[in-house]
Write a protein that binds this ligand. Structure first.
Ligand code: GLC
Length: 521
């Protein structure tokens, strides 16, 4: 089943700018990743997902791609990427690249060509150029980053950008766009990558009439029925390889049934579980998300994924240390800087690590999660770089706080494109490396331990606000989300615990893996 590795893989997200800096300019690079592959091997992951590493003006931290077939010089060269992929393979680690199909950079050759052409020229048809309504843009769509989704060019036409103005949206009704991306996929697959992460995957296809968003009607640019044909074509390409490449979608959709349609056997292999990511630290809510996830994925035969953090959301150590533990983009500004009990958040994050790594399916680890890094909430305005911050006029703090470079050693005096808080010295890899009680040690043990797990999960009876489930072979995971310690169920052995267990009791916000007396199957 090695060709179905994506069904149970542990995938580590590398955000290249902030992972490891080898040349000392304060920005991460591929040489840095290569130098730290040992960290990832020791952590016990199966694959790395690289956030965009392409040439980019970095208007949206690389999600504005100027050339889909090269590496940004800040990060290194294509040869280095090739070597990195090979070296990772030698350690048994697969590579996943981030493909951004909804939009490119305004510095992409195609967009520059479109700007240089006249209205009506076919090269403009690769994007969404339209005339306005008098002085107004063609419609009232808003950019995800704030402000209108249209920008006017000197000849009077407007172009669509669902994100920043530097990120013009491609027109997926244009066959050239389709064949270009199919070729980009082949380029990376031929180079040896094992899969792709598909950015903003449900947004590519637009209503050609550019209709407004109306309750009860298909959304004009999210989850249009026509989107599926794109990924069916990509799946066919992925299947052309001796070891089929994996397609992993970034699909933010509230409707579980619509979400699961992307995971039908001839479309993507897996997609990120944002319902789980956003779920509050609450036993009933978590159980419901887990049940709903398993049920909706079972219908299409796809494995579920378990995700706690990524480069777009408030780090979960911080979220779990607040009164409101859920993640919600709309509320992020309001919650930013709220009182946070980081000790509590860390305790819960440790318990959550045992939960996510023992559920059936694949699991994602966002760089720094294995160190228990909190969100950096006190970045100064001058260093903030995220368009979400600038375009919201500061109302949304943006995503820089989860993108601060990783602390490798306790000496944090070197350059860093976002400053590392002094408190991170104690959270550095060097500080945690050989420490039995550290988050890093816990992640290593959990990722090693999960390799023995296979088969479905079954809920077990448990006290109120305690979750307990079994996996075949006598494995039990218990997570105490209640306010009081509870007795451990009968067991033969404690395999791993996220906190200390006093006198056979599982304290609040603590999880444990047990080996039980299992009836032989
Ligand atoms: C995705 C990425 C995010 C980016 C956006 C636009 O949501 O994860 O970082 O800003 O797409 O590309």
């Amino acid at each position: 089943m090695s060709h179905q590795w994506w069904r149970q893989a542990a995938i580590y997200q590398v955000y290249p700018r902030s992972f490891a800096d080898a040349d000392g300019d304060g920005i991460g690079d591929l040489a840095g990743v290569r130098a730290r592959l040992g960290h990832l091997r020791d952590l016990g992951i199966d694959a790395i997902w690289f956030s965009p590493w392409y040439p980019s003006p970095m208007a949206d931290a690389g999600y504005d791609v100027a050339d889909y077939r090269d590496i940004d010089p800040t990060f290194g060269t294509l040869d280095e990427a090739r070597e990195l992929i090979t070296e990772a393979h030698q350690l048994g680690i697969r590579s996943i690249v981030d493909v951004v199909p909804n939009h490119c950079s305004d510095q992409h050759e195609w967009f520059k060509e479109a700007l240089g052409a006249r209205p009506g020229d076919p090269v403009r048809d690769r994007f969404w150029f339209r005339t306005g309504r008098g002085p107004l843009p063609p419609n009232d769509w808003q950019s995800t980053f704030g402000g209108p989704a249209w920008t006017q060019v000197p000849d009077g036409e407007w172009y669509l950008h669902l994100f920043a103005p530097e990120q013009p949206d491609f027109n997926w009704d244009n066959p050239e766009v389709r064949s270009e991306f199919e070729d980009i996929l082949r380029f990376w697959f031929d180079l040896g990558v094992d899969g792709i992460r598909i950015d903003s995957a449900a947004m590519c296809v637009k209503d050609p009439e550019l209709g407004e968003i109306r309750e009860g009607e298909p959304h004009p640019y999210v989850d249009r029925d026509g989107t599926h044909e794109i990924y069916r074509a990509w799946r066919r390409i992925a299947e052309e390889y001796a070891e089929p490449r994996a397609l992993i979608g970034e699909v933010w959709l509230a409707d579980a049934e619509r979400f699961a349609r992307y995971l039908r056997p001839d479309e993507m292999h897996t997609a990120f579980n944002f319902d789980f990511l956003g779920c509050p630290w609450d036993a009933k809510a978590l159980r419901k998300v887990i049940d709903d996830t398993l049920a909706s994925h079972a219908v299409v035969g796809a494995p579920s994924t378990w995700v706690l953090s990524n480069h777009d959301v408030t780090r979960h150590v911080t979220r779990y240390g607040r009164a409101d533990t859920a993640f919600d983009f709309a509320l992020r500004g309001a919650r930013h800087g709220r009182p946070t009990d980081l000790a509590l958040g860390t305790r819960r994050a440790r318990a959550a690590a045992l939960l996510t790594t023992s559920l059936p399916g694949s699991v994602y680890v966002y760089q720094g999660e294995e160190l228990g890094l909190p969100e950096v909430e006190d970045l100064s305005d001058e260093v903030r770089d995220d368009p979400m911050y600038t375009r919201s006029g500061g109302a949304d703090p943006g995503r820089d706080g989860c993108r601060v470079p990783l602390p490798w050693s306790a000496d944090l005096t070197g350059p860093s494109w976002l400053p590392q808080p002094p408190s991170w010295a104690a959270l550095s890899v060097a500080a945690q490396q050989d420490h039995p009680g550290s988050m890093l040690t816990l992640y290593r043990a959990a990722l090693a331990g999960r390799r023995a797990l296979a088969g479905p999960m079954t809920w077990l009876e448990a006290p109120a606000d305690v979750l307990a489930f079994a996996r075949p072979g006598g494995f039990v995971c218990v997570i105490n989300l209640s306010a009081a310690a509870v007795p451990l169920p009968p067991h033969e052995q404690v395999l791993l615990s996220s906190g200390s267990l006093a006198e056979g009791q599982l304290p609040p916000d603590t999880a444990v893996w047990l080996r039980t007396i299992d009836s032989p199957a």
